[in-house]
Design a binder for this molecule. Structure first.
Ligand code: ATP
Ligand SMILES: Cc1cn([C@H]2C[C@H](O)[C@@H](COP(=O)(O)O)O2)c(=O)[nH]c1=O
Length: 205
């Protein structure tokens, strides 16, 4: 028996962080042993990487986020799963496939090779919304870095996340695409039902 690993990816402004925060609160209230985390992680390397996505690009940023991912797996994700926790991760492998390969132009085989030894999530939620909705949210909230500074990237990311779905499914990752245009409560309620069902299946009473 082990825990359950759910990753959340999608274009900037799709609602990943908001949703993971609300899921952590609500699922904890329901008694599930939730660990919410993020990539880049809260480690020194993760904080460095997050602070310098504008300075490091392409191959170098691909290596930084992959190194942080392996450290994150070793120090947080695998121990939590071994302790039968529910791990919710704000960004994971799909973000590298889209941002490093799709946007920065790193050969996708190289990004995949860098990530050969990462654990795959039990479910990868891909959050999305129409470009005008995302741009409006990013304008209101403010940009989190260079990928969001270029308005053209929003539409590109939406398409790229669609394009990585077959690849993720091909390596055995279950994916769930969610349009977050409706109110956040709609998204969160749906995800609570999905995650509770997966958890109950894995941990029958
Ligand atoms: N249905 C929704 N789901 C989630 N967030 C929403 C929704 N509707 C509006 N928002 C708002 O969109 C904004 C962006 O949300 P959030 O920061 O969670 O996105 P994100 O995907 O984590 O973005 P980034 O990739 O830039 O970190 C927030 O201000 C949030 O309140
Ligand atoms: C996991 C991951 C992250 N990044 C970049 C993308 C953003 O610039 C930051 C994360 O910040 P956000 O608030 O979650 O948008 O890190 C990346 O380039 N590749 C990755 O795999």
């Amino acid at each position: 028996m082990s825990g359950l690993f759910v990753a959340f990816d999608g274009p900037g402004g799709a609602g990943k962080s908001t949703t993971v925060r609300l899921l952590r609160e609500r699922l904890s209230e329901e008694g599930l042993p939730v660990v919410a985390t993020t990539e880049p992680s809260h480690s020194a390397l993760g904080r460095f990487t997050r602070a310098h996505t504008g300075d490091y690009r392409g191959l170098s940023l691909a290596c930084l986020v992959a190194a942080d991912r392996y450290h994150h797996l070793d120090t947080e994700i695998r121990p939590a799963l071994a302790a039968e926790r529910l791990v919710l991760c704000d960004r994971y492998l799909a973000s590298s496939l889209v941002l490093q390969a799709g946007i920065d132009g790193v050969p996708s085989e190289f990004v995949r090779a860098l990530n050969t030894h990462v654990d795959l999530p039990d479910l990868n939620v891909i959050m999305t919304a129409p470009p005008d909705v995302l741009r409006e949210r990013l304008t209101t909230r403010g940009s989190h870095g260079r990928f969001e500074d270029d308005p053209a990237n929003t539409g590109r990311e939406i398409v790229l996340y669609q394009e990585v779905l077959p690849m993720l499914e091909g390596i055995g990752v279950s994916t769930l695409v969610i349009d977050t245009s409706p109110d956040v409560e709609v998204t969160v309620s749906r995800l609570i039902r999905t995650i509770q069902a997966l958890w109950s299946h894995r941990h029958p009473q």
